[in-house]
Design a protein around this ligand. Structure first.
Ligand SMILES: C[S@@+](CC[C@H](N)C(=O)[O-])C[C@H]1O[C@@H](n2cnc3c(N)ncnc32)[C@H](O)[C@@H]1O
Length: 328
């Protein structure tokens, strides 16, 4: 759709990677998009919609969104990890890829001179490519303890070697790993002799602390998630994402968020409830003095979960929940 390119925002961010009129999405992708139809249905898209995929990843949801848009529709895809953008195999003239953090949704859209959009989708966490690339440090296969979504900031090794034992234990427990104290103790004893540098060492220490699991998920699953969340700061990003995305939505625009843990669920419900409720005056105030009005309404607060068939075909969908809201 080359004729449409002059409408594109300035600043060199609007960069369709191909001028083909068809989306191209090869079948050798690693990531199976979760609750694909349900999450794109939830966005309630018109064919001309302007949509944000706040977590582009490997482009699975983006490809389905593009499939539902006409030539006049637009998709802006955010991705924080530059390596994911380099590896992206989805190209479409209606797609603009932005290297950025979804916590800055409103600011990024303003810089693109796109104040309001019709829908925003956030698919939290990291992609299958992160797990399948041991050098990035997210995987149980041996690799460096990195876990950064890029090249800046602290690594998993910095946290595991640098945080005091109590802080590490508290973080693990707060993240849902009830054996956090024993795990932190074993880690602290190990690092008295040498630094932790490899994911395989961390797995060994978790197994030493809690034993090897006989069934169910790997005993180090929650520890890896907790350390990743400390490295990426994803909880804080999520807290900012909800108000920022809400500010960017048109009237009746939809916000859909896919979560994969109880902690993410809690943050989404709590963050959205604040905007659904509006007024923040103390309960005993007879009249509202804060002046805050509701800006969102829940479409699905309980969360839509995948069916057995999807979970059987894609184990990473097993903990998924889809939350949907609408802009007032
Ligand atoms: C679960 S994957 C998304 C998968 C995608 N829906 C698909 O179908 O391929 C999440 C992606 O969001 C990226 N990401 C994580 N935090 C982000 C943030 N704060 N802002 C933008 N992208 C982020 C990750 O690097 C990862 O590629």
């Amino acid at each position: 759709m080359p004729g449409k390119r002059k409408e594109t925002p300035r600043g060199g961010i609007w960069e369709p990677s191909s001028q083909d009129s068809q989306s191209h999405f090869p079948s050798d992708r690693l990531h199976i998009p979760v609750l694909l139809q349900e999450s794109v249905d939830a966005l309630n898209l018109s064919p001309e919609a302007v949509v944000v995929d706040a977590t582009l990843g490997e482009g699975g949801h983006a490809a389905e969104i593009l499939r539902r848009l006409s030539e006049r529709g637009r998709l802006i895809g955010f991705e924080r990890d530059r390596r994911m953008i380099s590896a992206l195999r989805l190209s479409d003239p209606r797609l603009a890829v932005v290297e950025g953090n979804f916590k800055d949704t409103a600011r990024i859209l303003k810089s693109l001179e796109l104040d309001r959009v019709d829908a925003v989708l956030g698919d939290l966490g990291v992609s299958a490519r992160h797990y399948r690339t041991p050098e990035w440090g997210f995987s149980f296969a041996d690799g460096p303890l990195d876990m950064r979504l890029g090249e800046e900031g602290v690594t998993a090794a910095d946290i595991l070697n640098g945080w005091p034992e109590d802080r590490l234990a508290a973080w693990l427990i707060e993240s849902g790993e009830r054996r956090g104290r024993s795990i932190a103790k074993v880690i602290a004893a190990f690092r008295q002799t040498r630094k932790l540098t490899r994911t395989s060492e961390l797995i060994g220490l978790v197994e030493e602390a809690v034993g090897k699991s006989k069934r169910g998920s790997h005993p180090a699953t929650k520890v890896f998630r907790a350390i990743r969340e400390a490295v990426t700061g994803e909880r804080e990003d999520l807290e900012s994402f909800i108000p920022s995305a809400t500010e960017s939505l048109k009237l009746n625009g939809r916000l859909a968020i896919l979560t994969y843990s109880w902690e993410e669920e809690r943050l989404v419900r709590r963050g959205a409830d604040r905007l659904v409720k509006g007024c923040i005056c103390p309960h005993d105030f007879p009249v509202c003095r804060c002046g805050k009005v509701p800006t969102l309404r829940w479409i699905s607060r309980k969360g839509i979960v995948p069916g057995k068939r999807e979970v059987n075909g894609n184990p990473s969908a097993r903990s998924a929940k889809l939350f949907v809201l609408e802009r007032l």
